[in-house]
Ligand binder design. Structure first.
Ligand SMILES: Cc1cc2nc3c(=O)[nH]c(=O)nc-3n(C[C@H](O)[C@H](O)[C@H](O)COP(=O)(O)O)c2cc1C
Length: 142
């Protein structure tokens, strides 16, 4: 599959997770593009993608990371014929754990899409990436 991972990060853990996802997908034979709106711009090429993976950490009491917030506020598209999945980084010590992922899901719905798999919520980036690779392996069967 031709896959894009569209995410942003402030302190790097969402980037590390995106790289784990990309590596696992590549190991499984897929082609992956990593796209950060803060670096690569707010107009990602989504046409021709077989799977779009969106990711954001949660900041500011349950909000999207600032660059992902600016991206979702300025970009719209039609996900009705595309496979979409969402992951996010957070910390369970906050009451709104990984709430940015739910905001991403709502944005996908606003753009006529539905998620093909349960949201992956990562509680702080850990050395054990098994939950991430397990999620990826399930994702590609959908
Ligand atoms: C000021 C601040 C606010 C945060 N708010 C939340 C929150 O509401 N919910 C949550 O799950 N995590 C929250 N976090 C934790 C971050 O989402 C977590 O550290 C994440 O791994 C950061 O991702 P990044 O390294 O990709 O920027 C917060 C962290 C900081 C520093």
């Amino acid at each position: 599959m031709n896959i894009i991972i569209l995410y942003d990060t402030l302190t790097g853990t969402t980037h590390e997770t995106a790289e784990v996802i990309a590596k696992e997908l590549e190991t499984l034979g897929h082609r992956v593009t990593l796209h950060r709106p803060s670096i690569h711009g707010r107009q990602p090429q989504l046409d021709g993608r077989d799977l779009i993976i969106l990711g954001s950490p949660t900041y500011g009491d349950g909000q999207l990371e600032a660059n992902m917030a600016m991206f979702t506020n300025s970009f719209s598209c039609d996900f009705s014929h595309q496979k979409v999945a969402v992951f996010g980084l957070g910390d369970r010590s906050y009451p709104q754990f990984c709430q940015a992922t739910e905001l991403l899901e709502a944005w996908v719905a606003k753009n006529h899409g539905t998620l093909i798999a349960p949201i992956l919520k990562v509680d702080c980036f850990a050395k054990d990436v098994t939950p991430v690779t397990t999620w990826v392996r399930e994702l590609v069967t959908k």
